[in-house]
Design a protein around this ligand. Structure first.
Ligand SMILES: CC(C)(COP(=O)(O)OP(=O)(O)OC[C@H]1O[C@@H](n2cnc3c(N)ncnc32)[C@H](O)[C@@H]1OP(=O)(O)O)[C@@H](O)C(=O)NCCC(=O)NCCS
Length: 279
């Protein structure tokens, strides 16, 4: 494709001249453009959050001295987690996305990771093709659900609210193992200034579940449960922490729970898939 073409990609020569470097606080104007292209529905994190939490985990792609995209990733034990990947429309199909991922994968390997994972919308054909070409495979489907907190009051549960606990460190490790979550993900959610982790422990109530809640997003991810009953009980516990007009969960395990929420009036901003692969 010729430079200057109206095609949204290939305005830069393929893969030539892409330079990768660590993210910097000064990349915030770029991040402000890129983040909405993820179409996550989340508000763009502040400049302070970019500076304090996100830019240090990010790699930026430059073309001709201009930042054209980024990849943000985290390492959890032996698992690498790709959190964000964006290339500006004008720079797409030049190999920048693949270059970013390969670079981040080599950093993950150097950090001791043997596998990597990510979430991607199930209708995002370019990203799905890119990830599949790097050996990632769909592991399971996920549904993002958002609803007014009052909707939860209409869902009956037989589990007592006092059975929902704030798990301690050992319990958190056990929950990560049980739900195949990356090592340290729950601990990191709990350590976040606006984070919370709640759980139902199977040895007490017969079925396991764990949910995080991030006040800034009024949302829960990861939200994992072994049964509809457990999921509903966790939702009631989260509802007590909701302060906005809408709250959200990402449902990953229990189809019956997802359907129940949709029937009760929850909207589905998007569906996505969780992909995993070896490094
Ligand atoms: C997904 C995205 C990062 C890809 O970036 P990119 O720089 O265009 O990707 P690359 O040029 O490295 O392409 C690598 C491969 O991805 C696949 N691919 C990329 N764009 C594609 C498209 N429009 N259609 C089909 N396959 C596509 C191809 O397999 C391609 O290899 P090829 O060019 O040899 O055929 C970019 O499209 C983007 O930023 N999208 C918006 C944000 C987003 O959806 N991020 C992913 C969130 S999980």
């Amino acid at each position: 494709m010729r430079p200057g073409s109206t095609d949204p990609g290939r305005r830069y020569p393929a893969a030539v001249g892409i330079r990768l470097r660590p993210g910097l606080p000064a990349d915030y104007p770029g991040f402000e453009r890129w983040f909405p292209m993820l179409e996550s529905g989340d508000p763009t994190p502040s400049a302070q959050r970019w500076r304090d939490e996100l830019c240090g985990s990010s790699t930026v792609a430059e073309f001709d001295g201009r930042a054209v995209g980024y990849c943000m990733a985290q390492v959890f034990g032996r698992d690498g987690y790709i959190r964000h990947l964006v290339v500006e429309p004008e720079a797409r199909r030049t190999g920048a996305g693949r270059a970013l991922l390969l670079h981040v994968a080599s950093e993950m390997t150097a950090a001791g990771c043997s596998s990597w994972r990510l979430n991607v919308r199930d209708d995002n054909a370019p990203a799905l093709a890119l990830y599949a070409s790097l050996g990632l495979q769909v592991h399971h489907a996920c549904t993002s659900l958002r609803f007014p907190p009052a909707l939860v009051d209409r869902l009956a549960t037989g589990v007592r609210s006092q059975d929902v606990v704030a798990p301690d460190g050992d319990q958190i490790s056990g929950l990560e193992e049980r739900f195949e979550l990356p090592t340290g993900q729950l601990a990191s959610s709990r350590a976040h200034p606006s984070g919370l982790v709640l759980a139902l422990l199977g040895e007490e109530v017969g079925s396991w579940g764990v949910a995080t809640f991030e006040h800034a997003r009024q949302g829960s991810f990861p939200f994992r449960a072994e049964s509809e009953e457990t999921a509903t009980a966790l939702l009631h516990a989260l509802r007590r922490h909701a302060t906005g007009p809408e709250m959200g969960v990402v449902s990953e395990d229990v189809d019956a729970f997802t359907l129940r929420l949709i029937e009760a009036g929850a909207r589905v901003p998007f569906r996505f898939v969780h992909m995993r692969g070896p490094l």
